[in-house]
Each structure stands twice: as structure tokens, then as C-alpha cells.
Design a protein around this ligand. Sequence first.
Ligand SMILES: Cc1cc2nc3c(=O)[nH]c(=O)nc-3n(C[C@H](O)[C@H](O)[C@H](O)COP(=O)(O)OP(=O)(O)OC[C@H]3O[C@@H](n4cnc5c(N)ncnc54)[C@H](O)[C@@H]3O)c2cc1C
Length: 473
Amino acid sequence: MCKIIPRYKYVIIGAGVSGLVTASKLMTQNSKDILILEQEDHVGGLCRTIKKEMAAYDLGSHRLHTSMSKKSKAYLDNIFKKEQLIKNRRYSKLFLRKHYIDYPLQLVNVLKGIGLLESILCFLSYLTAKLKSLFIKAQASYEKNLITSVGARFYHLFYRPYAIKVWGIRPDLISESAIKKRMATTNPLKLVASMLFQLSRQLSYYYLKGGIGNIPESIEQSIKGNVHIIKGVRDFNFIALDSPQKKLTFYDATTKEQRCVEFENIISTIPIPKIIQKLSGQEISHAVSSLVWTGLRLVFLHIKGHPQVYGETFYFPELEYTFGRVSIPKVFDPNMQKEDDYTVFICEVPYLAGDKISTIADMDLIDKCYNDLLKTKLTAGKLCDQFNFCKKLPFVYPIYIKSWEEHLQNVLDWISKHYPYIYLSGRMGLFLHCNIDQTMEVGLELAETLLAQKPSYIWHKQSRAFHNFKLRD
Ligand SMILES: Cc1cc2nc3c(=O)[nH]c(=O)nc-3n(C[C@H](O)[C@H](O)[C@H](O)COP(=O)(O)OP(=O)(O)OC[C@H]3O[C@@H](n4cnc5c(N)ncnc54)[C@H](O)[C@@H]3O)c2cc1C
């Protein structure tokens, strides 16, 4: 038996920031027939704070960057009271060659961290690469482009291990465009200039009192009553797509009922393969299978005492350490922990489906991370065994292999042609590696497109511009 719920003009799949923002913007324009379907029993997606008795935990290091667009800032100012937003000085560190270096990089610290000799060797290697590039044209790839830009020595010291860690594949397979997305500059002269500039500038960021997850939770509160949100949605499927009464069925794990809803438009913010799977898209299976993400295993550790190095986020590009990044919630906001005699460390361990890290048991991963925290001298405290836990996020970082743009375009063209009422959006729907404020921008722009009644092919064409976003971490 299928319990029928009324027809909706917009059904949004996924209650992450992008889906919620689109709903709130559609709603303010008096377009109230909106339904959001979310698989989890909470909103937020990647931008979530797990709230437990002992502490509150974000899903990895999250902050709002001060350099966000006016549009996103205005949206946030509308949602939050001023006192909810904290402005903090940034104290991030990069761990390289057993030294903690201030991050973003500052010249004096880099010299201190990698040493004067290594710095000179890196500079000579840069000059050699520049000279070579005058005579030999390098092939376009992440690796070749970076070696030409920063020299082989610094590439092997920092960029190569970092790329392997984040994307889990050989860097020569990664597209050149991945550099433009992640790095503000690869030119060492510009890098040195920006490092000098940063000496005279205090870096800061915004954070939400009580956790970054208060962003989606506040949006949820603001749309309650106007937008219908169903959480705990399992196994949705489309039916009657050829008829004017297009329907979607799903199992509601909260009420334990099979439900059925009629819709006009679908906004999908879930990973591309998940939506294509529901649309019998065998003819584009090659393109879809080329759009792959790195996953993240998060390890939440509780350790006696205070950290040995002060900072809120620590980056570990070198391959010998299990994690790529570690954050300390109580430095973002002291209220993230109930008591102060221990410290919560959140370790981010990237993985690829099927690799060793993806299958290792939680307890072993906890041990590995704890041992690496001791090895890197971030702590010398004792592990509080009873409170630690892990979480697995299967879709996190899009892997920009060569020709990813072509594959994505094929998928977007196919969906626009066969299912013109489906709009792909958000980080997962558009294969974006983006920040919270950027996914907000995507959500807002999609709502404007829908309200202007533009067809999905226009939206999908427009969406290419989002791949020019510069990622900040
Ligand atoms: C470790 C980490 C650190 C980050 N740090 C920062 C930072 O410091 N600053 C910053 O600005 N950004 C940061 N980000 C990025 C930011 O969190 C994301 O870009 C943003 O939250 C993405 O929102 P979204 O709505 O586009 O996607 P998502 O959050 O992925 O939302 C998609 C939603 O769809 C739901 N869903 C999936 N499948 C289904 C299904 N079959 N049925 C129903 N629902 C489904 C998911 O549960 C989820 O709620 C970070 C991300 C990570 C992972």
C-alpha cells in the first residue's frame, strides 16, 4: 500500500545546505509547494554538527571564510542573529618535515620549517624547471603543470604526497584544472609575495557558536511551516515518468510507510551516480562511472589534557601519517566541549572505495590515528577509550581525472534532453569541490532560475561557471 501525499511543484532530494537554501529562496517568492526528501534523520549533509552529551563535533574542520561573496553573506546575515557568528583569528598549521609551519604559509616559518638549504634547493629546482619550459612544452596534467610552475623539488616535497593523499590516485592522471580549483597561486614569486603580505595581515574566519551545523539547522527553522521536509527517506524510485502525473515513491523510515508523491520538478543535490541509477541511464554509464569521489573516514578522539601545539586545524600532507587533516573543536568555540580536562581531536582520513583504509576496522583506525597524533607531537595525553567513535562519508572530494569535464557535460546534456524537469545542483549534483558559501550561491542561483521558469538545459549550461570557484581551506 502506498500512502499518497499531495502534488508538489518542487521536490528537492537532499537536505544539505544547497537544497535548503534553494527551498528557502523559492519559499520567499510565495512558491510554497516544496517538498524536501532527506535520507538521514537530520538536515545538513556534510555541513553538520553531531551533538552528544560530552561534546559537539563537526564533520571535519569547517569554517566560514571571510572572503565569501556579498550574496552569501547577505543570506547568512538574514538567517542569523549577529551574536551567533563568531569571528576568530586563524591559527592553522602545516606539518612538514617534523615541523609545524603557520598555514596559510608565511615566509619566515617556511624557511624555519624546511631549512635554508632545502629552500635554496627548491629555488634552484624552480629555476631549472622554468629554463626547461622555454625549450620543452610539457603535456597538460596536474603533475607536469606543477613541476613547471614550482619546480620538481617542492612538487615532490609537498604537492605530490598531498595529491595522493586527497585523491588516492597517481598525480599524472589528475587534470590540470584541479590545480586552478585548489590553489590560489602556483607561481613561487607570487607565493613569496603573498607570504610576505600575510606577515602584516591577521587571518581570520567566521564560525557558528555551537557548531557549523547551526547553519543548516537555522535554515531549517526558518522554512518550517512553509516547506515540507521528510527525513529518513529510503529507496526512492521514479514512476510514470512518461505521463503528465510523474511520481516518486519512497520508504519513510520514520513512519515505516511506503509513500508516493506527484511532482512537477526535481532538484537533485545527491551524488550523480545515485540519481542516474534511478533513470535507467545505461547509455551514459561510462561517463557516470568516470565521475568518482574520494571518501573520508572521520575519527573522533578524546584525549586527556591539552594539545602540545596551539591551533584549530593541522594539515599533514606527508604520506607516512594516516590523516590528512586534524581539527580541535574547542579552539573554534570553547563551548564545543562540556569539560576542559580533555581535548577532542577530529582526524580526517581520505580513502578510495576498496582500498586498505576503506576496510580497516574502526578500532584499528582509532589506534593508528592516536599513534600518529603522538608521533607528530600534537598531543602526549592518554586516550579516553570509552568516548571515541568513527564515521564514514563515501562522497567527499570529486576526483578531477583528465577529461572529467567531458564526462560531466555528457551527463548534464543527457539529463537535460531526456528528463528536462530534473535540475542537478549542489556539490554532489554538479561534481563540485566547493565551500559552504559557494554551495549557497549555487542554491540561490538555481532558485532564481526556477522562478524565472528557465528550462534545465539553461541551468546546466549556467552551472559550468561554478567550476571557476576557487576553493579555500
Ligand atoms: C571535511 C570537510 C571539511 C570542509 N570544510 C569546509 C570549510 O571549512 N568551509 C567551507 O565553506 N566548506 C567546507 N566544506 C564543504 C562544505 O561542507 C560542502 O561543500 C557543503 O556542505 C555541501 O553542501 P551540499 O548541500 O551541496 O551537499 P551535501 O552536504 O552533500 O548535501 C547532500 C544531501 O543529500 C542527502 N542524500 C544523499 N543521498 C540521498 C538519497 N539517496 N536520498 C535522499 N537524500 C540523500 C545527503 O544526506 C545530504 O544531506 C568541507 C567539507 C568537508 C567534507
